[in-house]
Design a protein around this ligand. Structure first.
Ligand code: MG
Length: 309
């Protein structure tokens, strides 16, 4: 298993984008700063998308202008097109993310483009980003299954991943957008993808909708993958199942990785502090199991909690 694991913190973007509440800009800035202080080194801060489609991300430029940039931390943003890339560049974003999908119906519904046209858009963004030395990360949505089409062939995921790396993306986050993956599928899909691109360029993005996120991460670790996406507090919900859990919570991922002795650089208590400070602004309790649990041992002694009550 990998000794060093990279966590890509997606709470401020993937999390907040899928919450109903609009979190005040100052609270978003404080949230990003706390996550960086907690030792997370890659933070997806916002998205340069149309505010008509995603009102929660309308203040992307203000958030980037307001954060304190910590050395060694990459502050990234989601970008759907060349206009978004131009806005990201103006905001001095360190790195951008693109987000094509692996199924035709999902691509048409979510991006209003066929998979082929979406990949052409992504290629254009990659070319333009590289011209100015900006790194590009690619999400591949619904790689483990599509809400409209059902199963997605591993060969298709492998083929699209290979194309994304050829376009210039440094990493492909194979994404379980609807939380449908199970661990047997993880090893099968990683085998298919790593037959075409290096293992070090594969990241995994799991949702906990069916309670499978951590066991899927474990399957990924066993397959030698060392980069995982997570969202502080489990922010984000599931856009395809109202009321259900979405993104894997960073605290839950850290609890497992800390226990396994994997080095991440992130401190679980400080991530939890960031989540708790944000919680009052989103209108519901955050779903992270670790966040909801009582502290034990030293942490209980420090907090004064009675472990027997
Ligand atoms: Mg997600």
């Amino acid at each position: 298993m990998p000794r060093d694991v990279t966590i890509v913190e997606v709470g401020p973007r993937d999390g907040l984008q899928n919450e109903t509440a609009f979190v005040p800009t100052a609270e978003k800035i404080a949230f990003v700063n706390r996550l960086a202080d907690a030792g997370l080194t890659t933070i997806e801060v916002s998205a340069f998308v149309s505010p008509r489609w995603v009102p929660q991300m309308a203040d992307a430029a203000e958030v980037f202008a307001g954060i304190t940039r910590r050395p060694g931390v990459r502050y990234t943003a989601l970008v759907p097109n060349l206009q978004g890339l131009a806005r990201a560049r103006e905001a001095q974003v360190d790195e951008i993310s693109v987000f094509p999908a692996a199924s035709e119906t999902f691509s048409r519904r979510n991006l209003n483009q066929s998979v082929r046209d979406a990949m052409t858009t992504v290629r254009g963004i990659c070319t333009e980003a590289q011209r100015t030395g900006m790194r590009v990360r690619a999400y591949l949505s619904v790689a483990f299954g599509c809400p409209f089409e059902g199963p997605v062939a591993p060969a298709r995921v492998a083929d699209l991943s290979e194309q994304l790396i050829a376009f210039g993306a440094y990493e492909v986050a194979i994404s379980d957008t609807i939380g449908i993956a199970h661990p047997g599928q993880v090893s099968e899909l990683i085998d298919a993808v790593t037959a075409r691109i290096p293992r070090a360029r594969v990241a995994l993005h799991f949702h906990d909708t069916r309670g499978m996120a951590l066991v899927n991460v474990y399957a990924g670790l066993e397959a030698g993958i060392s980069t995982f996406d997570a969202s502080a507090g489990g922010l984000g919900g599931c856009p395809y199942a109202p009321g259900a859990t979405g993104n894997l919570a960073t605290e839950d991922l850290l609890y497992m990785l800390d226990g396994l002795g994997a080095a991440t650089g992130a401190r679980i208590d400080e991530v939890a502090t960031a989540s708790r400070a944000l919680e009052p602004h989103i209108g519901h309790p955050l779903p992270s199991r670790v966040l909801r649990s009582r502290p034990v041992g030293r942490r209980a002694a420090e907090s004064g909690a009675d472990p027997l009550s």
